[in-house]
Design a protein around this ligand. Structure first.
Ligand SMILES: *[C@@H]1O[C@H](CO)[C@@H](O)[C@H](O)[C@H]1NC(C)=O
Ligand SMILES: *[C@@H]1O[C@H](CO)[C@@H](O)[C@H](O)[C@H]1NC(C)=O
Ligand SMILES: *[C@@H]1O[C@H](CO)[C@@H](O)[C@H](O)[C@H]1NC(C)=O
Ligand SMILES: *[C@@H]1O[C@H](CO)[C@@H](O)[C@H](O)[C@H]1NC(C)=O
Ligand SMILES: *[C@@H]1O[C@H](CO)[C@@H](O)[C@H](O)[C@H]1NC(C)=O
Ligand SMILES: *[C@@H]1O[C@H](CO)[C@@H](O)[C@H](O)[C@H]1NC(C)=O
Ligand SMILES: *[C@@H]1O[C@H](CO)[C@@H](O)[C@H](O)[C@H]1NC(C)=O
Ligand SMILES: *[C@@H]1O[C@H](CO)[C@@H](O)[C@H](O)[C@H]1NC(C)=O
Ligand SMILES: *[C@@H]1O[C@H](CO)[C@@H](O)[C@H](O)[C@H]1NC(C)=O
Length: 894
């Protein structure tokens, strides 16, 4: 028989309606939400076993005859796909599905719409929150915060699937208490339970508002500008008549009842000044306005100098001039202007916000030429203090600095000043004189030019192959002979650049060395070796070797590989930095990439439950899905109840349970416990027939299967839902179907419903005259067939089955009373009470005699006739024995 839990389970199963695909028997297993660009997998499966194939395309050839197909996709804005199932028909049936793709915003920014600067109390402003590149807009909520308080929330109805820019606006009407309030907006993506938790949010920078409230006070200056140590005075006046008084302090006792108060400072000896004027009212808080005081100080000194140089300057070189401004305030108002003669050549301003005096330096780069000899430079410090400040702005000038320029001692110029030449290539340089001379020439080991009267001569070599060349020089006979040398750099790019690892096996966590071999490069001094991992520069080496001819160079890189570096590509690159005169961009040579395998111990990152199908093996455990990693590839072993399991043995339904999986390789092992549920198609073990009590729900068969099959009960081809168990008339032939994703099974069975007796009677209340005949009749049904009996005055008067009667031939007063019909079987018992009342005839004699007798004579004739014809039928009869005392039968209840 059934155990109690099984029974409950069965009830539960019976109550579930089987939602079997109305149109196309396909179901999908897809993630509800996917991040844009992330990969995810989609399964399409069917419960139907008799199909011809499943496919992702409307192409019968591509259809696979399997219960499930899957594919991996990358989240794109149009992530829609269809699955097709083929039956005998030529057209497959299909179903479309789409996945919600989401993207967190790139940025969220807050701004005041069409407004800059302080806000005015009582005016309405609009703040705007811009959310860039977010999807889907429907899931977006913009939360507005003032400080820590959520002040409003916007959601969006835009149905576009791809990323959009969204804007939310907030209307604010700030009052004085909102001064310096910080607003920010937050974009939250609510993707439902399947989405990331907590919902991703991106918050804007806070927007701090300043509120200017109209305090009815005015000053005679909008700003006070005063020189340090001097006196000033400022007036504050009320701009209303409804006030009590004015004060320079927030202190009622100092309130002066006047329309203007003034503040005088005899000597300003502080570097910061702010004066607030308060106005007091009868019934509201006082308010105030503040006048700010700018205190300035002209510099103690302004001086000009050359940086790191004394004496005459040389044509073509760069020099730096410096202007030192001592002890000036405020730095923000300072401008240093540079003049050459009377021409403004540059100017500098400062962002330093300090209020107290500082010293500032400004620099000017100059490239003097021959005409600049004896030029005069000077600098000027100017304090621009705005409209309220002194006019014209105070200026302090440096003494002039006069520069002398000479032609480098020798009045010739080389172009280029330095020669950079590839080994074996041609080279040339011009030498130009600035002055009339007695002869000019090039002296060199190759390509020398003899003394000439020309003003420009050229040194030229068509193939430079001397690594150790002496720098050639140009000389001039002018007053006395002088000369300028031309430095020559000969370079050669490497013949080869190759990378190698010193060790063959690289294990995570250890330190290894990579080596870069560079053959035949010159000059070593100009060489830079760049090491790259992928596209990232990871180190750089320069060399100090001063050899001019080609050398072989080795550079090393130390690495501490981690597993993520497995397969990373390293390369080294050489760069010859030959200066301005050298080739641009600097010549580069790169090694082949070196890919390093990083060995590491196994790791099992995820230990999710697994539900294989019966008949599959532990070997088919999807390691990649559960992130079993390790290099070299770990070998997998399994244990169940602490004993090793043969992983290639097919799993049976009894094999569900906790399994320990161990991944091991040379470097170690990792294990975890996985809950394995072996799934299999339903099985039904049924008897041929069952007896069941009415109104009880019961399980006729033993049901097996994983996942738990859904059961459906059919009678005469119609699905039956049993909510309160079988009804009394539900006996018959049934079919039970058990179905899960692996298949379905059917069994026929007979159900015989047992039920308590049910009683039927057409009349239960009788009123008859004395001496009449009464027959009480009681019918029953029930399974098993009930026993029945009549009870009158606690005595059983008649027994039987199905149908019992009480026959009172001649009613007397003792016949009156309650007659109970009782039926009983194993399932229950039922009773019905019949009442019989006997009427006293005497009181109606007079009426009968006067009115009814003539009628009765007629009626009697009819009745006698009828009685003769109908005596054999009917459920009760009235027999008149005294023809002159007859009374019409009254029906029950009247
Ligand atoms: C397909 O048709 C063939 C022949 O008409 C029949 O034998 C088979 O049972 C049908 N299969 C299905 C799944 O309807
Ligand atoms: C969103 O705004 C950015 C920046 O203004 C713009 O480059 C981009 O095209 C906008 N995207 C959409 C979908 O309008
Ligand atoms: C708050 O949001 C609702 C709905 O988005 C909007 O109707 C209302 O104007 C907003 N309130 C303010 C103060 O912006
Ligand atoms: C201030 O209030 C008092 C009492 O309410 C009233 O007598 C007085 O006139 C008011 N003063 C001003 C300046 O309104
Ligand atoms: C000036 O020369 C000194 C010493 O030679 C040096 O330390 C300093 O860095 C130089 N300053 C500039 C601006 O070149
Ligand atoms: C002129 O001033 C600007 C800004 O201060 C500066 O960048 C520039 O180098 C100066 N020019 C010279 C020639 O010093
Ligand atoms: C190597 O030399 C190059 C070019 O001169 C320079 O840009 C780089 O900063 C130097 N790197 C190191 C590490 O000194
Ligand atoms: C990077 O280069 C510097 C100087 O070339 C060297 O001292 C350092 O060890 C290098 N780092 C690595 C990781 O190789
Ligand atoms: C297949 O069976 C599963 C449970 O066994 C049920 O949830 C699903 O709705 C069924 N799918 C179809 C297409 O009938």
């Amino acid at each position: 028989m059934l155990t109690m839990p099984r029974l409950q389970q069965f009830i539960a199963l019976l109550l579930i309606t089987l939602a079997y695909g109305d149109d196309c028997p396909i179901s999908f297993n897809i993630p509800e939400v996917v991040e844009y660009g992330a990969s995810f997998s989609v399964n399409c499966s069917t419960n139907v076993t008799d199909h011809l194939g499943l496919s992702w395309e409307p192409n019968k050839e591509a259809a696979e005859k399997t219960g499930e197909i899957s594919k991996t996709l990358v989240g794109e804005w149009e992530s829609e796909f269809s699955c097709y199932i083929y039956f005998n028909e030529t057209q497959p049936c299909s179903q479309n599905l789409s996945v919600t793709i989401y993207k967190t915003p790139d940025s969220v920014s807050i701004s005041a719409l069409n407004h800059i600067g302080p806000m005015i109390e009582g005016i309405q402003y609009e703040l705007q929150c811009d959310v860039y590149n977010v999807a889907p807009a429907q899931s977006l909520t913009v939360n507005w915060y003032k400080g820590k308080t959520l002040v409003n929330q916007t959601s969006f109805t835009d149905t576009s699937k791809s990323s959009v820019n969204m804007t939310s606006n907030l209307l604010i009407q700030p009052d004085r208490t909102d001064n310096e309030a910080q607003y920010r907006c937050e974009a939250a993506l609510n993707l439902g339970e399947e989405g990331p938790q907590p919902p991703p949010t991106v918050t804007s920078e806070p927007l701090s508002i300043t509120v200017e409230y109209d305090c009815p006070i005015s000053f005679n200056f909008s700003e006070v500008v005063v020189e340090y140590g001097t006196s000033f005075s400022v007036n504050c006046s009320a701009e209303t008549t409804k006030y009590l008084g004015l004060s320079w302090e927030l202190n009622e006792e100092t309130v002066e009842i006047t329309s203007e108060i003034s503040k005088t400072v005899d000597q300003m000896t502080e570097w910061e000044g702010k004066f607030s004027c308060y106005i007091y009212f009868n019934n509201t808080q006082p308010c105030s306005r503040t006048v700010s005081v700018t205190i300035y100080k002209t510099p103690d000194s302004v001086s000009i100098s050359t940086v790191n140089h004394t004496g005459p300057m040389t044509v073509g070189k760069q020099y730096e001039l410096q202007c030192d401004v001592h002890n000036v305030a405020p730095a923000q108002s300072l401008t240093v202007k540079w003049y050459k003669g009377e021409t403004l050549v540059n100017q500098t301003s400062f962002t330093d916000t300090s209020k107290s005096p500082v010293s500032k330096t400004s620099k000017l780069l100059i490239h003097p030429n021959r005409n600049d000899d004896r030029a005069q430079y000077r600098c000027e410090a100017e304090l621009n203090l705005g409209e309220e400040g002194p006019q014209p702005p105070p200026k302090n000038k440096s003494k002039p600095l006069s520069i002398t320029v000479q032609y480098g001692g020798c009045p010739i110029e080389l172009k280029p000043r330095r020669a950079v030449v590839k080994y074996g290539s041609s080279v040339s340089a011009d030498c130009k004189s600035f002055v009339p001379h007695d002869g000019i020439g090039w002296e060199a080991t190759v390509g020398g030019v003899p003394l000439s009267k020309a003003s420009l001569i050229t040194w030229r070599v068509s193939q430079l192959t001397d690594w150790e060349i002496q720098p050639p020089f140009c000389y001039i006979n002018y007053k006395q002979q002088c000369e300028v040398a031309l430095p020559v750099t000969i370079y050669k790019t490497p013949d080869s650049v190759s990378i190698s690892a010193v060790d063959q096996i690289i294990k995570e966590g250890n330190q290894y060395e990579l080596q870069c071999d560079i053959y035949n490069v010159a000059p070593a001094e100009s060489l830079t070796v760049n090491w790259y991992k992928g596209e990232t520069l990871v180190n750089q080496t320069n060399f100090t070797d001063t050899t001019k001819s080609p050398v072989n160079i080795t550079s090393y890189l130390l690495i501490h590989p981690v597993r993520a570096d497995n397969g990373a590509q390293f390369r080294c690159e050489t760069e010859l930095n030959l200066g301005e005169e050298g080739p641009q961009p600097p010549p580069k040579n790169t090694s082949e990439p070196l890919s390093i395998p990083v060995h590491y111990a196994p790791e099992i990152k995820s230990c999710q439950p697994w539900s294989p199908k019966k008949g599959s093996t532990l070997d088919s455990y999807p390691k990649h899905l559960h992130s079993v990693v390790g290099n070299p590839h770990p070998s997998i072993s399994w244990k169940h109840n602490s004993s090793p399991v043969n992983a290639s043995a097919p799993l049976t339904e009894t094999d569900s349970g906790q399994y320990e999986i161990t991944a091991s390789n040379h470097y170690g092992e990792s294990n975890c416990t996985i809950s394995i549920t072996v799934e299999y198609s339903p099985e039904l073990i049924c008897g041929e027939s069952y007896e069941v009590k009415e109104k009880t729900v019961f399980s006729p068969c033993d049901v097996e299967g994983e996942p738990k099959p859904e059961l459906s009960l059919y009678k005469e081809g119609k699905r039956i839902q049993l909510f309160n168990g079988f009804r009394w008339n539900d006996s018959g032939l049934y079919q039970l179907t058990a179905r899960n994703k692996h298949g379905s099974v059917n069994k026929s069975l007979t159900i015989n419903v047992q039920y308590a007796p049910r009683l039927f009677a057409s009349q239960q209340d009788f009123v008859v005259a004395k001496d009449y005949r009464i027959i009480l009749q009681c019918n029953s049904s029930g399974n098993p067939e009930p026993e029945m009996w009549w009870s009158f005055n606690n005595k059983n008067i008649s027994t039987g089955r199905r149908y019992i009667t009480v026959n009172i031939e001649k009613a007397t007063s003792t016949s009156a009373g309650n007659y109970t019909c009782i039926a009983r079987n194993e399932i229950g018992r039922q009773e019905k009470v019949f009442t019989v009342k006997i009427k006293d005839n005497s009181r109606s004699y007079l009426l009968i005699a006067v009115v009814v007798i003539p009628l009765l004579v007629l009626l009697l004739t009819c009745l006698l006739f009828l009685w003769r014809r109908q005596r054999a039928s009917g459920r009760y009869d009235v027999t008149t024995l005294k023809s002159n005392e007859m009374v019409p039968l009254s029906n029950g209840g009247t």
